[in-house]
Design a binder for this molecule. Structure first.
Ligand code: PMV
Length: 319
């Protein structure tokens, strides 16, 4: 049996994070410069059923059955085997590598799940179709994030810009006017689940205030979809700024995120906001391709520990 590999990109949320958990629309786009990779190779000398996990990025090299039952990698593999009704897989090694920064709103965990689900199902001779890959990744995410909206598994599985409303069919956005985004990392790790939980507590205490903020974010997302489709980058920039202000009102920004957002705007970005769960992780800025390198340098000089320039809608971008 030859080795089989699969890839999955990172993602960022353009509009609508947090509000999407409460049924409002959100827009997310894939980021193909960084990605997770799963490679499956046979271990012909070991008996069937032995699955080795080799994840050098997190210093893990172990037999699957020696990992805690709740370990995310063990959960993903178990979900795939159960779905495919494979009781004893042939002996194999799953090597996982990823260039996606962890816990920073870029979907690193989901990308690893998607890559494993694709590679393992193909290796076992039963490649899962995209909707099932996405659904399985969602099931895995539910175990760790409590109440995920489903946007991460959708955008990462399909590797296309999505307009997403919870429990509704995904709409893909055809980006005919490419635009350039700068992603700036505060370097502060912030698990999404705890920020989602914090918002939930605040919503519970004060539902009318939070529902009204979610409505405003939902409205911005709808306008954002039109701006993306028409290629109106001035409007798109303003909408990013308005979305950031509402995320501040939700209490999910942080001084470091606000700082990088301000620096990007002062350096000439058309708009900027935090992206993802918030309270750390990444911000994004809409930039002109001609000023991208200048703004990138300024962000790096002012505290961004990592930057990525990505073009959304560029034809032929590899996953
Ligand atoms: O995984 P992150 O940090 O990009 O956050 C996902 C977006 C949230 O709306 C905060 C959570 C969700 O499940 O939609």
């Amino acid at each position: 049996m030859p080795a089989i590999f699969a890839l999955a990109p990172a993602k960022i949320i353009l509009f609508g994070e947090h509000a999407v958990v409460y049924g409002r629309p959100a827009i997310a786009v894939p980021v193909t410069q960084v990605r997770a990779k799963a490679v499956i190779t046979p271990n012909p000398l070991s008996p069937p059923g032995i699955v080795l996990i080799d994840a050098p990025n997190i210093g893990l090299n172990a037999q699957l059955e020696n990992l805690p039952v709740s370990h995310p990698l063990r959960v993903v593999v178990a979900c795939v085997l159960k779905t495919l009704r494979v009781i004893t897989p042939p002996s194999l090694t799953i090597r996982i590598t990823s260039t996606i920064p962890l816990a920073s709103g870029l979907g690193s965990g989901t990308a690893v799940s998607v890559a494993i689900i694709r590679a393992l199902s193909a290796y076992l001779g039963k490649p899962l179709p995209e909707p099932e890959v996405s659904e399985l990744a969602y099931q895995v995410e539910k175990i760790y994030h409590g109440n995920p909206s489903g946007i991460d598994n959708s955008v990462i599985t399909y590797a296309k810009p999505v307009f997403f409303i919870r429990n509704q069919p995904i709409q893909f956005i055809d980006v005919t006017h490419p635009f350039t985004l700068m992603i700036g990392d505060t370097g502060i790790k912030s698990p999404t689940s705890s920020v989602v939980e914090k918002v939930h507590k605040s919503w519970h205490t004060n539902p009318s205030v939070y529902e009204s903020i979610f409505d405003k974010i939902g409205g911005i997302t709808v306008e954002g979809k039109e701006a993306v489709q028409s290629g109106n980058s001035l409007i798109l920039g303003q909408l990013l700024n308005r979305n950031h202000a509402l995320l501040q009102e939700l209490g999910v920004s942080s001084p470091e995120l606000d700082h990088l957002v301000r620096i990007a705007l002062e350096a000439g970005a058309l708009g900027a906001k935090l992206s993802g769960g918030g309270q750390g992780g990444n911000m994004i800025a809409l930039v002109e391709p001609t000023t991208a390198s200048k703004i990138e340098r300024i962000l790096q000089d002012n505290g961004a520990v990592r930057t990525i320039i990505t073009s959304i809608g560029k034809v032929g971008q590899p996953v």
